[in-house]
Design a protein around this ligand. Structure first.
Ligand code: NAI
Ligand code: CS2
Length: 478
């Protein structure tokens, strides 16, 4: 059993980064990069790991372990275990009080607030700050006791400004297109409604770089926890299992310095957009396609789906004939090779990445993962039958989850509206109600109608013939 442990002096670390959303992904991605940077450069880039909602007990367990936790990377050929040491403290409002995170943001050493708060955590609709969403409305009405991530950040920034300190970098690491700009829109959108002077200060002093983040990190299960215990030599509730592959592309625009992320292999660039588009459409779109059509086929994991010849071929065809055609590849990237590597990564037998996990929050994922590519193809007069099959799969999945809770839980911020749609007769009425959900299909009415037009027929095919019966003829046609 070999464990790579921090080689740097942990006593030198100070609270320079606040990570909000210390879930599965951050543990295996941003914090591993930072750990490797520290191994090479020493420095004082310590992290305070925070969560806003659940998970206070796990954070206390992390404190009890002196901030050390384990990341196990595994594929068919073996495991690699790392003890990560960059966490120097934890914060949770329910445990430490509502000023705990703003206190940190307003402290002099703090330079970066990094985020993995899921797509829904930004409080956006159609890519814009939505003041009507309940969490946003509550924080606008009561900015001194915020509950949303954006409200907490603003409360901290307001105190930072009052203390005469400079701005910080807010580093979104969520799977959103142009995540830096969207994060900025969310923070400024709320700031303008709370205090226009604060909004002007944030716009001037803070930076919101875009990032493309990639590493497949399934939620911890009893099985992965047992494997981590075996590899780490102790039970570790904050440990995580992931694939060996990782990628991070970061817009090099920081307000108050940054770790030398490039030393751990991150690509620092001036324009992240081509990488974001490639990853969201080639990886995440097919991931959602597999999640919905795979779950409806009775498959528990992504790797199980890749063992099914029809789903495997359909996923690759979706990548190469539709999604790849909708993007401009980053310089030097061969999209066929990228697609083949993705199919290999999806086939990793060790991860047991659940289709039902990826299926959650579909209303927040479909726009950038599937409908964005369809929009490009539609404007060009090309066809998008596999994307349509994925969208029909989403509708079939959520309907089945509403009507049969033993099949899968319905987890989505629009769950109430989805339940209302699923109470309609199965067929065109249900499909039309799903298309009309806020923020999923494009706001442009003509484009929305074009994208929606093939879906009722494809959905009917899915209901009548099942995923295999729907996909096989599409493969013949592509
Ligand atoms: P997770 O469920 O382990 O952690 C999610 C974190 O977000 C938790 O701390 C949770 O409390 C917080 N959160 C959820 N809703 C929130 C809200 N409305 N406001 C504030 N915080 C909220 O999930 P995981 O795997 O860490 O993924 C998080 C995000 O990271 C994903 O949604 C995605 O955008 C991104 N990501 C995940 C990858 C993965 O393979 N797990 C890979 C690439 C990106
Ligand atoms: C997945 C992603 O849960 C999901 O929706 O599609 O989180 C995926 O694992 C990552 O983006 C891989 O980088």
């Amino acid at each position: 059993m070999t464990i790579t442990s921090p080689s740097y002096d942990r006593a030198l670390l100070r609270p320079r980064i606040l990570h909000i959303g210390f879930g599965a992904f951050a543990r295996a991605h941003q914090l591993v990069y930072l750990d490797e940077v520290l191994d090479q450069t020493d420095g004082d880039w310590g992290v305070v790991a925070a969560r806003l909602n659940s998970g206070a007990a796990e954070l206390s367990e992390l404190d009890a372990a002196d901030g050390l936790y384990h990341v196990v990377a595994q594929d068919g050929s073996g495991t690699d275990t790392r003890a990560v040491g960059c966490v120097i403290g934890t914060a949770h409002p329910a445990r430490d009080g509502s000023e705990a995170l703003p206190d940190l943001i307003a402290s002099a050493p703090l330079s970066i607030i990094s985020l993995t708060i899921t797509e829904k955590g930004y409080g956006l609709t159609d890519g814009a700050f939505d003041p009507a969403l309940p969490a946003n409305a509550a924080d606008i009405a009561n900015p001194d006791a915020p509950r949303s991530a954006v409200g907490v950040i603003l409360r901290g920034l307001a105190r930072r400004r009052a203390a005469g300190l400079g701005g910080v970098t807010v580093l979104s690491c969520d799977n959103l297109p142009h995540n830096g700009a969207l994060c900025r829109a969310a923070v400024l959108g709320m700031a303008k409604r709370i205090d226009p002077d604060l909004a002007a200060w944030v716009a001037q002093e803070c930076r919101f770089p875009a990032t493309m983040v990639d590493r497949i990190v399934p939620a911890l299960t009893n099985d992965s926890r047992a494997l981590i215990a075996q590899c780490a030599g102790r039970d570790d509730p904050n440990g995580i299992l992931c694939e060996p592959f990782r990628q991070w592309v970061i817009e090099d625009s920081f307000a108050a310095g940054r770790p030398a992320f490039e030393k751990a292999g991150a690509l620092m660039v001036s324009d992240v957009a081509p990488y974001e588009d490639m990853k969201l459409r080639m990886l995440n779109g097919p991931h959602s396609f597999i999640a919905y059509l795979g779950a409806l086929s009775g498959y528990e994991t992504v790797a199980d789906c890749m063992d099914d010849p029809t789903l495997r071929a359909a996923t690759r065809a979706l990548m190469l004939t539709e999604q790849a055609a909708s993007i401009a590849a980053p310089a030097g990237v061969d999209l066929t090779g990228y697609a083949d590597d993705l199919i290999e990564r999806f086939s990793n037998p060790a991860l047991r990445h659940k289709t039902v996990q990826i299926a959650m929050d579909g209303s927040q994922k479909l726009p950038q993962r599937l409908l964005a590519g369809a929009s490009v193809l539609a404007k060009r007069g090309a066809e998008w039958p596999l994307i349509t099959a994925g969208v029909a799969g989403w509708m079939g999945f959520v309907r089945k989850a509403v009507l049969n809770p033993d099949f899968a839980p319905l987890q989505d911020p629009l769950a109430d509206q989805i339940r209302a749609a699923a109470s309609l007769p199965d067929g065109p009425e249900f499909v039309a109600a799903m298309v009309a959900l806020p923020g999923v299909f494009p706001a442009d009415t003509s484009l929305r109608a074009t994208l929606a037009s093939p879906i009722a027929r494809t959905y009917a095919d899915l209901v009548e013939k099942g995923p295999q019966g729907l996909l096989k003829p599409l493969l013949g046609a592509t």
